[in-house]
Design a protein around this ligand. Structure first.
Ligand code: FES
Length: 359
């Protein structure tokens, strides 16, 4: 979709989606900033006679990247998700797309495969089964996403902390990003205490020990990155709290939420609290089906409320509160909310970035 722009101060919108392009380390590129090029996202000289000039950049890595085509990014030449704010409506699945995917097979949970409903590309939906918990003190722990499940960078654990004080836990080589699904209490990170409650995101840096003091039973999701089986259970913390990031908690704040038409998302944990590898966000979608899309990151999603359907190319599986979804990098998908009350979810992904960036 393109739009003619008569205002010379504004670039034209070449497309409402970024362009996925392969870059070669050390090579120079000229990114079109005027939006007129027929060779998007690169300059073809069509800016002649305008106030615009192409942006020259040198690739510092050989990799595929998403370059901005709406020309409204604030981190040119890369997409920052700005295209999502240019339309009054969020991009929903078109009638053609819905018809093309109508053959998708309904996948049931498979008890022989850990209870997963496995979709295309190793994506899956899983309802955690308490029978699979292992316990340590007041903690019941269950791994929901890991290397053996096809994830390459992150793991997702469910941690249930019963009332009282849990043992100390520490990952020496991995960051831990936590999300409180329900319950109230305190997390202590190296002896520094933070009050926590439902929908709090928390960052724990590698090498820092943490434990929970639960006033009411806490249900948490822990994203561990890089993946590790090397949890340490020390008797006491050693006081190595990184004071460069004194605040580690982020709660839902509607003033900070990004609104995309009638849905919203808010970044909870990111580099503002020290998390460089993982971004965690919370979002809500109304009764609708998102347009099919992909991300350049590996993602774990937790359904907090509402019901829906996760679609991949040829498969679909229903989701409900408490379910988790794994999506490999580049896995095409579309989450449909079938609940008149909307669907609320938490997502965590690697590498860190914006959940609004897709292609
Ligand atoms: S064609 Fe757009 S900047 Fe050159």
């Amino acid at each position: 979709m393109t739009e003619q722009n008569t205002n010379k101060a504004e670039p034209e919108i070449a497309a409402y989606k970024p362009c996925l392009v392969p870059l070669k380390q050390g090579k120079r590129y000229f990114w079109c900033s005027c939006g007129r090029s027929k060779n998007q996202p690169f300059c073809d000289g069509s800016h002649a006679g305008t106030d615009f000039k192409p942006l020259m950049f040198v690739a510092n890595k050989t990799e595929e990247v998403l370059l901005c085509a709406c020309k409204r990014t604030r981190s040119a030449p890369y997409c920052d998700g700005a295209h999502n704010n240019l339309q009054d409506t969020y991009e929903e699945a078109s009638a053609d797309e819905i018809a093309a995917m109508s053959h998708a097979k309904l996948v049931k949970r498979d008890p022989a495969n850990g209870g997963k409903a496995v979709l295309d590309g190793g994506a899956y939906v899983l309802t955690p089964d308490p029978a699979n918990d292992t316990s340590r003190g007041t903690l019941a722990i269950q791994k929901l996403i890991d290397k053996k499940d096809g994830a390459r960078h992150l793991s997702l654990l469910r941690m249930m902390a019963d009332k009282g004080t849990s043992p100390w836990c520490r990952y020496d080589e991995s960051d831990t990003v936590l999300f409180v699904v329900s319950g109230n209490g305190t997390i202590s990170i190296e002896g520094k205490d933070f009050t926590i409650g439902p929908e709090t995101g928390i960052y724990v840096q590698r090498g820092e020990a943490f434990r929970f003091c639960a006033d009411t039973p806490l249900s948490l999701m822990a994203t561990i990155c890089p993946q590790s089986d090397q949890a340490q259970w020390p008797d006491a913390p050693d006081g190595k709290f990184d004071m460069n990031f004194p605040e580690r908690r982020v709660g839902v704040d509607h003033d900070k939420a990004s609104v995309m038409a009638d849905r919203f998302f808010q970044i909870l944990v990111d580099d503002q609290v020290g998390s460089k590898e993982i971004t965690q966000f919370i979002g809500e979608v109304p009764l609708s089906r998102a347009a099919f899309h992909r991300h350049l990151y590996e993602e774990a999603i937790v359904i907090l409320s509402g019901e829906g359907m996760m679609w991949t190319e040829n498969c679909k599986a229903p989701v409900k509160p408490g379910d988790i979804i794994f999506l490999a990098k580049r896995q095409g998908h579309s989450l449909e909310c079938t609940d008149p009350g909307g669907l609320r979810l938490m997502g965590a992904f690697y590498p860190a970035g914006s959940p609004a960036i897709n292609y």
